[in-house]
Design a protein around this ligand. Sequence first.
Ligand SMILES: NC(=O)C1=CN([C@@H]2O[C@H](COP(=O)(O)OP(=O)(O)OC[C@H]3O[C@@H](n4cnc5c(N)ncnc54)[C@H](OP(=O)(O)O)[C@@H]3O)[C@@H](O)[C@H]2O)C=CC1
Ligand SMILES: Nc1nc2c(ncn2[C@@H]2O[C@H](COP(=O)(O)O)[C@@H](O)[C@H]2O)c(=O)[nH]1
Length: 325
Amino acid sequence: MDIFDYDNVLLLPRKCRVNSRSECDTSVEFGGRRFVLPVVPANMKTVIDEPIAEYLAANGYFYVMHRFDLDSVAFAKRMRERGLFVSISSGVKDADRAVIDRLAAEGVGADYITIDIAHGHAESVRRMIAYIKEHLPQTFVIAGNVGTPEAVIDLENWGADATKVGIGPGKVCITRLKTGFGTGGWQLSALKWCARVATKPIIADGGIRHHGDIAKSVRFGAAMVMIGSLFAGHEESPGATVEVDGKLYKEYYGSASDFNKGEYKHVEGKRILEPIKGKLADTLREMREDLQSSISYAGGRVLADLRKVNYVILGGENAGEHLLM
Ligand SMILES: NC(=O)C1=CN([C@@H]2O[C@H](COP(=O)(O)OP(=O)(O)OC[C@H]3O[C@@H](n4cnc5c(N)ncnc54)[C@H](OP(=O)(O)O)[C@@H]3O)[C@@H](O)[C@H]2O)C=CC1
Ligand SMILES: Nc1nc2c(ncn2[C@@H]2O[C@H](COP(=O)(O)O)[C@@H](O)[C@H]2O)c(=O)[nH]1
């Protein structure tokens, strides 16, 4: 198996088939809706809050609300009142089952529920998928996080409608240092490995540092790409604003950090500062333009055309050209 990551793979161009990059369509169908981009901000407290969720849903983007210190049912009701789709996160504990009960009993429902725990290849996730499917059968269930084909196969067989791949590649992740496990450092080839067996969509989660990494994720099998750090440093980002030497930053911390948990127990995340780079809408526009360019370099017109390109691995023992034959 080739081992590589975003920073040592480059995609190879094919003859251009458009006269303008504006002809390239970045939209993607996911869970019965079409979204402008195959990109979703991470369901983390310093990345998304209710105003951002509302902005994304109202403007054609996918979102997943976080699940920390939040009444997910009240959030879901407010989104419904605004005529917007509901996409929330869930853990696997009794309190999470109580949320599902209330969503069902109060007729609010949810369009998407992301079961999001550190080690998603677990019986607790199997039970939670079954519970959601029993009580909210119309809901599209995303389950994770995982990092192996075996896990993707199990989650799909347990009823997940999509899986989320990425154990420890995140910018504020310290899982690989604390536990010795994960896909950090080889997330892109882990994605490729998982995508080979997947029969349902995969969300590639973590490790995106540049807009071009979105095209690479799609090339290696992602239907959707979850991104934290690139979204944490906006004027609207929910993290606290911090000034250092006259420069403004937003705090960005891991969901498994002591900052999120409120205690130092099973900590697998840290806190960093992201320079404030402007408005969210400008980043989304630039991401779309860059992805349109990526599609044009692929000789394509639609997102799926990215899957057709060859690639090279730079440096290391896996270096070389990889052709689709
Ligand atoms: N993508 C990634 O690499 C990682 C992401 N995270 C994120 O941090 C947040 C908190 O995650 P998490 O602590 O799982 O959520 P929760 O605090 O909701 O815990 C979920 C449940 O899973 C159990 N659990 C957690 N990790 C393990 C494990 N390694 N083995 C067995 N059981 C486990 C917990 O029990 P107990 O605590 O008693 O063990 C708990 O019952 C989530 O949003 C998650 O996605 C966290 C770490 C890695
Ligand atoms: N190991 C940990 N991973 C975490 C934690 N909090 C969030 N995450 C994961 O990171 C991605 C975002 O990655 P980025 O590279 O785009 O910044 C996020 O979606 C989670 O899957 C954590 O505390 N520990």
